[in-house]
Write a protein that binds this ligand. Sequence first.
Ligand code: GDP
Length: 392
Amino acid sequence: MKLIVVGLGQAGSRIADEFARINKRAKSQRNIEICPGIFAVNTDAADLTGLTTIEPDYQHRILIGGRKTGGHGVGKINELGAEVARADADKVIDALRSARHFYEADAFLLAASSAGGTGSGSIPIIAQRIKERYPEKPLYTLLALPFEHERETEERASYNSAVCLKSVYGISDCVFLIDNQRYVMKDSSLGNNISRINEMIVEPFYDLLCAGEEKNPRFIGAKTLDAGDIIQTLSGWSVYGWGHADLNKSFNPFERSNDFRKKTSETHKGIQAMDEAISEMSLRVNPKDAGRAIYLVTAPAKEMNMDMMRELNEWMRELCPNAIIRNGDYPRGTSRISVNVILSELSDVEKVRNFYSDSIDLIPVIKQRQVELRNKLDDIDDMSKDIPSLLE
Ligand code: GDP
């Protein structure tokens, strides 16, 4: 599957930069292009300069709101992020078309944090403009939700997230939800190591996107998972996870205490990888709430046996009894079994509900502040009305 990736704001741009890195790797190691166009959009010029892999020209690193913000961002005011995106949307759309293989892309993926100003405010606006221009291509969004401490201490983090979540849900074919906090918990030594978190957010897309683009018959699975399968699956609120089992390590049957013990070691390892993927989804959800799901098993061809694929299928059906499930295999790699899982069309997401309920009380407070700010600006304008101006 090929994606045009657009990162908005600081978090979104860094996530897009990470996609640029996996695209480079896919080209050099697998001779595959998975992202024919990767763009970063920001109101902060310094953040754009700090990226490492996205092409360093103004067509790929797009500064918006220059006049309004002086290239210094929008603070945490996502209404301002939306305003500058409305004014400069054409600049972004024109740049997208410059992607060399634009028409080969199967879908758009837009990424941002929900809590900031630029990304949170601009992502729904840019999504809407792209959708109007290219209604035939699916459009997906990926939102990084704030850390717990931000949610607790910064009212704008919750409020912006609620507004952004509602807005992107209304326009995207699917919204991938990422809980920044989950990634810290996955590895306590991470601290707030943002670049490791971004790697962990993007890496699961590597095999998922490559699997359907393979040209070498050695690496084409018995059941290829291609763009069509992914597009058919992605819908509404979605989360994803990724797990592994090392094939060189002998399996310890006491790690799981149920009847899987008697199965072959590969099957155990496949199940172990799937368990890890499910228990470490990008946001905690109940798999029973998924209306659609897809998984990909990546392992050396000789490890991919029928027994394992059947067991994985049964296990997935047990976990997601209400989902239409698609799957595929990707005979790649040498030393491990990986399982990628996407749960989509979720009928309930507790975290989204919490953002909405936290924000209800904040709406009048934030609206009041906006009125006060507008009044102050009007007062200054009023006082200046008799002062001569040098402008014609
Ligand atoms: P913007 O540039 O105004 O859109 O603001 P940011 O993207 O910096 O948004 C701030 C929020 O994003 C906070 O919740 C941060 O914890 C989070 N954040 C900032 N940078 C990153 C990043 O590189 N990756 C991730 N996953 N989250 C980030």
